[in-house]
Design a protein around this ligand. Structure first.
Ligand code: ZN
Length: 564
């Protein structure tokens, strides 16, 4: 059956300042027509809202806060009525246009994340139901966030310093960023209740990088960025211009510009950011990945400048465009597949490094300059002392006969047997109980298309085992703290061989000190609701009376003012 399609016009970038300045035709509110595509699910279709099975707009009248009727109507094509269009109206800030833009950008972000150039599988939302709600006009506030409890992305509006009203749902960066939080929560739900500052920061960093990938996904934006920056990504370039727009609209402690993409390029180290709160800390991890994007682009640009088979040398602009188009795909594979290999529990930046390197090696076993450079960044920025700390083994004792891979995926019993049998290899302490999470079946593209137009793929089984460590915590709360931890095993589906074993390491004294410090900061600022057996509502709380680990610490990332 043919794919079901909805046509939408999406803003290329909020305000499109960067495009206007480069003289790209149609500067101003530049839009691109995109086809939103539902594949392979006969029960899914586009509805008024916009809505589909997994994403739905829920709109409220700003003046009254009352629910409004679906702001955008699905207009079917006569030839194929399951496909059609969401038609925008002439007013850029109408309820219809805001809804279409938010829905379309969320839809495309999810599709990018799950595509064969990234995870290669459908994710299940962390809140346990099928549909992510998107509230494009959530009210008057300089803020936007993902919230698990309400299963939603919420986008607010506010009057910026210039006096103009800013609708956060119209900013592609902000929408992609918040959707990035929802997607990461689906893949690594334990990060939502982290007590380790680096764990909380990983969420912010990945969300920012998802926004970068979505910006790079726009051909028009890529062209504009390169034209403006003279075909260079590193240094002060057109991405800084995106950052300015992001910053202008981005809510912060003072209602304006705290956290912009420009921060993704910086010289911070773990030492310069010692004691920093999660938002700021996140820029260190983001910078490591952004540098990697620069390296990938620079290498591809050099190759693209060479004469082609007919001896024709491309113009620098054409070569740069081609290189960045490929670089963004290489980069999304590199980052997002690493995310899928993250062990459950609390995590450190080094764990992200380990998982990323393991995932890349699983898909591309040959030695890689990109991986080498990426490791070097972790050493240079004092996250690890040596690159060897980022290596993870591929113990073939974890391999299974090919005919047992499916049952390891399908059967909880088989999965528990497997984990029990391999306790010591997995690093599972004796006598500690554990959980095997639902296994993941993923099929990824692992190379360029061949002469036959077909790209090589690899199917993987990802098995995650979770257990708890405990530690004593200091501070006025004191007592015991549970530190969730775990391991990820990845097997090649066809052969059963072990592609990776990734184990997290957050029990070190420096991580314990950081957890104590985060708890003390929260107490000092009155941002901590002590657990009293009731729901902690909007606050960050403690997990339980006997555990000084944090609950819903993800909220630190959207409590405007706490983390500035
Ligand atoms: Zn965020």
């Amino acid at each position: 059956m043919a794919d079901v399609v909805a046509e939408v016009d999406l803003l290329v970038q909020d305000g499109s300042l960067a495009l206007a300045e480069t003289g790209v035709p149609g500067g101003g509110a530049v839009k691109e027509t995109k086809e939103l595509r539902l594949s392979g699910d006969v029960n899914d279709r586009f509805l008024d809202g916009p809505a589909c099975r997994r994403i739905a707009i829920v709109d409220f009248e700003p003046a009254t806060g009352l629910p409004s009727s679906p702001p955008a109507t699905f207009t079917p094509f006569t030839s194929n009525p399951r496909s059609g269009k969401y038609v925008a109206d002439g007013d850029e800030t109408s309820a219809t246009n805001i809804a279409i833009n938010a829905f379309g950008t969320v839809f495309q972000t999810v599709r990018m994340f799950e595509g064969r150039d990234a995870l290669g599988r459908r994710v299940d939302w962390a809140f346990g139901s099928e549909q992510l709600l998107v509230v494009p006009r959530a009210g008057e506030w300089a803020n936007a966030f993902y919230e698990r409890a309400t299963r939603s992305l919420q986008f607010f509006s506010f009057v910026g310093e210039s006096g103009a009203r800013v609708h956060t749902a119209l900013s592609r960066d902000i929408v992609a960023h918040e959707c990035g939080h929802a997607l990461l929560d689906a893949v690594a739900p334990s990060l939502y209740d982290s007590s380790t500052p680096q764990s909380v920061a990983i969420h912010e960093s990945v969300a920012d990088l998802v926004a970068v990938i979505m910006a790079l996904d726009s051909r028009r934006l890529r062209e504009a960025v390169l034209a403006r920056s003279d075909n260079v990504l590193a240094g002060a370039n057109a991405f800084t211009a995106i950052a300015e727009e992001f910053g202008m609209a981005r809510p912060g402690a003072d209602g304006i510009a705290r956290h912009a993409l420009r921060e993704l390029e910086n010289d911070e180290t773990l030492e310069t950011l010692s004691g920093a709160r999660p938002h700021i800390l996140s820029t260190l991890l983001s910078a490591i990945f952004y540098d990697t994007l620069n390296v990938v682009f620079a290498k591809l640009f050099q190759e693209a400048k060479l004469p082609d088979a007919n001896g024709v040398t491309p113009t620098p602009a054409a070569a740069a465009n081609k290189a960045l188009g490929t670089a963004q795909i290489v980069f999304r594979r590199f980052l997002l597949r690493g995310i899928d290999y993250l062990p459950p529990g609390e995590l450190s930046f080094a764990d992200v490094g380990r998982a990323t390197l393991a995932a890349d090696r699983a898909a591309r076993p040959a030695a890689s300059e990109v991986r080498e450079n990426f490791s070097h960044q972790f050493v240079k920025r004092l996250v690890v002392a040596t690159a060897q700390e980022l290596e993870s083994p591929q113990p073939q004792s974890l391999a299974v006969p090919p005919d047992q891979v499916s049952s390891l995926h399908d059967s909880d019993w088989a999965a528990y047997q497997y984990a029990t049998r391999h306790r010591s290899t997995l690093g599972l302490p004796d006598g500690v109980s554990f959980t095997v999470l639902p296994r993941v079946d993923s099929t990824k593209v692992i190379g360029a298309k061949g002469d036959d137009g077909v790209a090589p793929i690899q199917r993987e089984l990802i098995v995650k085992i979770a257990w708890n460590d405990t530690e004593d915590s200091t501070g006025t709360v004191g007592g015991m703290r549970v530190v969730p931890t775990g391991a990820t095993v990845v097997l090649k589906w066809d052969t059963g061989e072990c592609l990776a074993l990734v184990r997290s390491d957050v029990t070190g004294v420096e991580h314990r000190r950081d957890r104590d410090r985060l708890l003390a900061q929260l107490e000092e600022d009155g941002a901590l609701a002590t657990h009293d057996g009731a729901d902690v509502g909007e606050s960050v709380g403690l997990r339980s009376d006997g555990d000084s680990g944090l609950r819903a610490s993800h909220r630190l990332l959207h409590l405007a003012g706490w983390d500035g």
